[in-house]
Design a binder for this molecule. Structure first.
Ligand code: GZL
Length: 333
């Protein structure tokens, strides 16, 4: 993560860039902040895909919030392919949308297209996942979760589930999409706590299941064929955990008992699995980012992007299996 000195430098650069962007919006031929308020905003949004229950909830939140906000939404599904997202962003630039937003499928490879958006005077808001860039002015803000913190919370949740056990614990890890911010950072956060506090934990298998149920089932099956001694599964999302449950059962083992499972997201089906004690605990990752995105889009469109924080973090909790039944009726996704 960015240290404080670097963060302050970025913030200053962003504020200056935001000011420039605001000035650019006032150049002749473009509408000023006050004019912007008079017509509906057109927001071009590129979604990662439809790979998981989390993504479906996130998509619905964006669409519902745009409708509620009176924002004209242009939406595209990239089917988890970066080239499709880049094409969609270029299409939004050509259509001269007012604001562009997207959830980057992976962290790298965005500078070129984001520079094209900047040159076109179209501000960009990231949602859900972050990007690596050498130029902080290429996007105004990120609306999303702290994935490294989610990984740390998952490790602390496992400590609670294991109850201070000091003998060796053999762990399998189902990683998210290779190169995606949640995969990189959840693994980092989990490893940080493990290395600091849990020397008896050993990750004996770790591989990407691409955030899908099919991927989770396929990779967990391979893990089980190679390792008869897996005791814990840390899955970077519920969909892979649900696929892994099928593989564990097919191997004649009991999920949640023979292999204890900690997951991330908190989808409906993940909670149902917890009521069956097939998943022992879930670290919530809130997909309902739509309202915050629309508020940010309105602020940016009004030329006030420099007033936004660099990262608009979402609020989320942690749930153990014995809490799932009571919580399920109130879940919003
Ligand atoms: C996290 C999001 C991840 C979810 C997965 O914010 O990017 O992508 O954890 C989803 O379920 O596929």
């Amino acid at each position: 993560m960015i240290d404080r000195r670097r963060f302050l430098a970025i913030t200053a650069a962003t504020a200056a860039a935001g000011g420039l962007a605001a000035c650019a919006k006032k150049n002749p031929g473009t509408t000023t902040g006050s004019d912007n308020a008079s017509k509906p905003i057109t927001l071009g949004f590129s979604q990662v895909g439809s790979e998981s229950g989390w993504r479906a909830a996130n998509t619905q939140s964006v669409k519902d919030a745009a409708k509620a906000a009176g924002i004209n939404l242009k939406f595209s599904d990239a089917q988890q392919k970066q080239e499709n997202q880049i094409s969609a962003i270029r299409s939004y630039i050509a259509q001269k949308v007012d604001v562009i937003s997207f959830s980057p499928v992976v962290v790298t490879g965005w500078d070129t297209v984001l520079k094209e958006a900047k040159a076109a005077g179209i501000p960009v808001i990231l949602t859900d996942r972050s990007v690596e860039t050498s130029d902080p002015s290429l996007y105004v803000t990120l609306v999303g979760s702290d994935f490294e913190n989610e990984g740390e919370r998952a490790a602390h949740m496992l400590e609670k589930i294991l109850g201070g056990r000091k003998s060796t614990v053999k762990i399998a890890q189902l990683e998210g999409t290779t190169g995606a911010a949640p995969a990189i950072e959840r693994a980092k956060g989990f490893a940080k706590i493990m290395q600091a506090s849990d020397p008896n934990w050993k990750i004996i298998a770790s591989q990407s299941g691409d955030f899908t149920r099919a991927g989770g089932k396929q990779v967990m099956s391979a893990f089980l064929q190679a390792h008869s001694d897996i005791e814990v599964l840390f899955s970077h999302n519920d969909d892979m955990a649900l696929g892994a449950i099928q593989a564990i059962q097919a191997a004649g083992k009991t999920p949640g008992k023979d292999i204890q499972i900690v997951s991330v997201d908190g989808t409906h089906d993940g909670f149902v699995a917890m009521t069956k004690h097939q998943i022992n605990g879930i670290v919530e990752c809130n997909p309902l980012l739509g309202p915050q995105l629309m508020d940010a889009a309105k602020t940016v469109h009004a030329g006030k992007g420099s007033t936004l924080p660099r990262w608009i973090k979402t609020q989320e909790g942690d749930f153990m299996a014995d809490q799932a039944a009571a919580a399920l009726p109130n879940r919003k996704y």
